[in-house]
Design a protein around this ligand. Structure first.
Ligand SMILES: Nc1ncnc2c1ncn2[C@@H]1O[C@H](COP(=O)(O)OP(=O)(O)OP(=O)(O)O)[C@@H](O)[C@H]1O
Ligand SMILES: [Mg+2]
Length: 459
């Protein structure tokens, strides 16, 4: 039941308002002065205050100012029999929601109260939604690489610099882009997302820049493009590696000149947009192959962000799994489930080719499919338990056939070579990292690389 505090020095008004509000299903209380109203707040917070202006001692405006100073969000409706525009303006400036003239009309009082309550409900809902959105975009993880990313976001976020985020599928590139937007001065402005890979080549320009009526068959009305929509905010160009050279040239021009024309139009539109781009492609390789403009790459890559794959930050797996468990259990209104020790160990061991997205999907499936409160090893799909074969076809040894390894010694060496090749590839041909990961001395690994004549492809 909504509580309403009536503040008026006239007993008859307090009594009649109390009666009316009770009949309407509210819970009214009343006091007779500004001072008493302030003291009332020591113990209680009414949903709404009806505050008379003319009272002996502390008057209504002084009380309003004090209340709003202590509780900036308190809803207050002023009442006055000597109302003039000037007082009404002052009250509004001090934060009153409405101003009702005396003698009070029952209808007006109730209408104003209902409107005020409605607004306060919307404000509350909005606050909850914002908190929920912020939670959905929370970046979980405390591994050194995630801590470094968070620090980079703090530093680069508030600037206007264009940013390029690289990383494998499902590592969290979009999450990073949103976190950058939220930590920027543009946070209250739009975050507009464009997936360059999902839009057909012939439509991407009209999607980004908009088009004029009649620009092409089917363009029956003028349309604002994503750059327009993101004005003063952030434009997230996802999968930028899939953008054609022609579109890249246009994007580069916006970067340099902050202006563009709609498709089929000649009016120049000036925009203030921060671009955050993301890709899972190796753009330096794309440049070599003449599929990506070098100048655009360097302009975007001023502040490079790299989101490492999950298998390189296994310390985060447990925290992420728990985070998703809480998320999906509350979404599905289930009791909180937990992974037992063995299930957790299996999840930590798995190599997660689909990264965080794969882990998130697995946990969602476990929450839905596991009847009990504890998720055991047996509940996990076999693919997670039996570590997937990590043999990359191109790395198989050509020594006739593996069945041709006649001796045990030869078979063991064959295996060792494949194993080392795969591990080296997994750790990006970094010998120290690989040695540490598989638990042998660096010098020992170097010796084996020499023995097996393994070519380090990158270092
Ligand atoms: N550190 C993290 N904490 C919490 N959730 C995460 C984290 N990283 C990723 N996620 C979640 O995993 C999912 C995949 O992340 P996201 O969409 O950002 O990846 P991506 O790199 O953009 O993938 P793709 O290359 O496939 O577009 C999202 O639902 C995201 O919220
Ligand atoms: Mg993405």
């Amino acid at each position: 039941m909504h509580t309403i505090l009536i503040v008026d020095d006239e007993q008859s008004i307090r009594d009649s308002l109390t009666g009316i509000l009770q009949d309407e299903g509210f819970a009214p209380s009343s006091v007779s002065s500004g001072e008493q109203a302030i003291r009332y707040f020591d113990n209680e917070r009414p949903d709404l205050v009806l505050l008379d202006i003319w009272m002996p001692g502390m008057d209504g405006l002084a009380a309003l100012s004090k209340i709003r100073e202590l509780y900036p969000e308190q809803l207050v409706i002023m009442m006055s029999g000597h109302g003039n525009i000037e007082t009404a303006v002052r009250a509004t400036k001090l934060g009153a929601y409405d101003f009702i003239e005396k003698p009070l009309s029952l209808e007006k009082v109730l209408l104003s109260i209902h409107n005020a309550m409605h607004i306060s409900q919307l404000v509350e809902e909005n606050r909850e939604l914002k908190a929920k959105i912020a939670k959905d975009y929370e970046m979980v993880g405390t591994s050194p690489s995630i801590m470094e990313l968070k620090q980079q976001i703090e530093v680069a976020g508030p600037t206007s610099g264009w940013i390029l985020i690289t990383g494998e599928n499902g590592t969290g590139k979009e999450l990073v882009a949103r976190a950058i937007h939220h930590s920027s001065l543009r946070a209250s402005k739009p975050f507009v997302e464009v997936n360059c890979a999902a839009i057909p080549e012939e439509l991407i320009e009209s999607e980004l820049f908009g088009h004029e009526k009649g620009a092409f068959t089917g363009a029956t009305t003028q349309r604002r493009g994503k750059f327009d929509q993101a004005h003063e905010g952030t434009l997230f160009l996802d999968e930028i590696g899939d953008m054609s050279l022609k579109t890249q040239a246009k994007v580069l021009r916006i970067l340099q000149e902050h202006k563009f024309e709609r498709v089929g139009g000649n009016k120049t539109i000036v925009v203030d947009v921060r671009v955050i781009a993301a890709t899972n492609k190796d753009l330096e390789f794309e440049i070599q192959e003449n599929r990506f403009r070098e100048d655009l790459f360097y302009r975007l890559n001023v502040i490079p962000f790299h989101v490492p794959p999950l298998r390189e930050r296994r310390d985060d797996i447990e925290a992420l799994a728990n985070h998703f468990l809480v998320h999906f259990c509350s979404k599905e209104s289930r009791d909180i489930k937990a992974l037992d020790e063995q299930a957790l160990a299996a999840i930590k061991r798995y190599h997660w080719p689909g990264n965080v997205r794969e882990l998130k999907n697995l946990i969602e499936r476990m929450v839905i499919m596991t009847p009990g409160k504890i998720i055991t090893k047996d509940n996990l799909p076999p693919s997670i338990l039996h570590k997937q074969p990590e043999v990359f076809p191109e790395l198989e040894i050509d020594n006739g056939s593996s069945a041709g390894s006649d001796s045990f010694k030869q078979a063991k060496e064959d295996f060792e070579k494949i194993y080392l090749l795969n591990k080296l590839k997994e750790y990006d041909w970094n010998v120290s990292k690989t040695a540490e990961a598989i638990g042998i001395e660096r010098s020992n690994l170097h010796r084996k690389i020499k023995t097996y004549q393994i070519k380090l492809e990158k270092q």
